[in-house]
Design a protein around this ligand. Structure first.
Ligand SMILES: [Mn+2]
Length: 391
């Protein structure tokens, strides 16, 4: 059996105000072509199908098109679960009508929904664990509320007697899974993916008895704990912190019980996402040196020490899709830290000159000193006036 494991499509996602719908259509087309050419039997979407619980009209149209095209043009079965971005009930609308293609599991059920598919080696059982919260587990098992990790263990214990381990079993799940006791637990996550206080991290090791575990939620493709447990990663780069990642799907070749292989299938975006670093004039003079595809999504980290006027507008003269820019010399907390030793009793000009040097590494030139002196004079006369009025 050939399985293509994907996740985190986030249909309807925007990037700094740019709609990614055409980018998503493009890469989902690539996915469909792959399913067709490679004769994939099962396409998994492990949650966060949509970016929002109430998806836009164009998002619904895109998913409707994609599902229809894959099902009518290929031999693949589509298996889909809800992630934390999806509204479970809305995502699973019509599931009972679809005759298991697509097969959609929206809401969490502690009796893990299961479907069985056949190949030349026999049965393959797929179990579905959409995004869940511990409260639901406690409620359904009629026990006291547990944390995420404990809840996951309870779910497995509850289902294990019904799982025939002589057959091949696949778990499809969405959540923050890691491995507590293994050195292999160094998960590649970007800052915004980190769970608050580590409360929702789940140890995946107890699920290693499944022949394959198809995970969704974390956007960087990677294995967790063992070769048969993987995050497929997101369809596209959905944040600046993902700029250096390569996006892919996982092709899983499921042989007879105990035999499997995986392979990364690289995805090629319509526009790449690049974070470039340089001085604005250098970038404008030679944009290709910074980003060779002028229609990629570009975020610029400018090294300029002086103010940059109309930076975005100027960058848009050379790059079509500028997401934004940052000035590296902007007063950061770090700079504030370094100014702690400045003595407040000093006069404004001395104080400012020191601050300026700390910030830029350069001394004030005469012209700049004059401006500061002028401001200081104006300020003190204004202060005198203000004091008079108050009296
Ligand atoms: Mn998610």
């Amino acid at each position: 059996m050939k399985i293509l494991h994907t996740s985190d499509w986030h249909i309807g996602r925007n990037l700094a105000g740019f709609s990614l719908i055409e980018d998503q259509r493009y890469v989902l087309d690539e996915l469909k072509d792959y399913v067709k050419k490679q004769n994939i039997d099962v396409l998994i979407v492990a949650g966060d199908v949509y970016d929002k619980g109430i998806p836009s009209t164009e998002s619904i149209r895109l998913l409707d098109d994609v599902l229809f095209e894959i099902i009518s043009e290929t031999n693949a079965k589509i298996l889909m679960i809800a992630g934390n971005h999806d509204n479970a009930a809305r995502l699973a609308f019509g599931n009972r009508l679809y005759q298991n293609n697509p097969y959609i599991v929206g809401e969490f059920d502690v009796n893990l929904p299961k479907i069985t598919l056949q190949d030349e080696h026999g049965e393959v059982n797929f179990f579905f664990l959409p995004y869940f919260v511990p409260e639901k587990v406690a409620q359904q098992l009629k026990i006291k509320a547990a944390g995420f990790d404990e809840a996951f263990k309870l779910i497995l214990e509850h289902n294990r007697p019904q799982i025939d381990e002589t057959k091949r079993n696949v778990l499809v799940a969405h959540g923050f899974f890691s491995c507590f006791l293994s050195e292999k637990s160094d998960l590649i996550v970007t800052e915004h993916e980190l769970p608050v206080g580590g409360m929702d991290v789940i140890d995946i090791a107890p699920a290693a008895f499944f022949d394959y575990v198809a995970l969704g939620h974390i956007h960087s493709p990677q294995k967790v704990y063992s070769d048969n447990i993987r995050y497929a990663g997101s369809l596209l780069k959905y944040s600046l912190s993902e700029a250096d990642q390569k996006k892919s799907a996982v092709e899983v070749f499921l042989g007879p019980k105990g035999k499997f292989e995986t392979k990364a299938v690289e995805l090629h975006p319509l526009h790449d996402l690049k974070v470039i670093t340089g001085f604005i004039n250098d970038i404008l003079e030679n944009p290709d040196a910074y980003c060779s595809n002028r229609s990629d999504y570009v975020f610029a980290k400018l090294l300029d020490t002086e103010s940059v006027f109309d930076g975005i507008y100027r960058l848009r003269q050379v790059f079509k899709n500028v997401l934004g820019l940052s000035l590296l010399n902007n007063v950061s907390e770090e700079v504030f830290e370094t100014t702690k030793d400045l003595n407040e009793s000093q006069d404004l000009l001395t104080l400012f000159a020191k601050f300026f040097t700390k910030l830029t590494g350069k001394p004030l030139i005469d012209e700049q000193s004059e401006i500061i002196k002028k401001i200081a004079r104006e300020q003190s006369s204004e202060q005198i006036l203000a004091d008079c009025v108050e009296v």
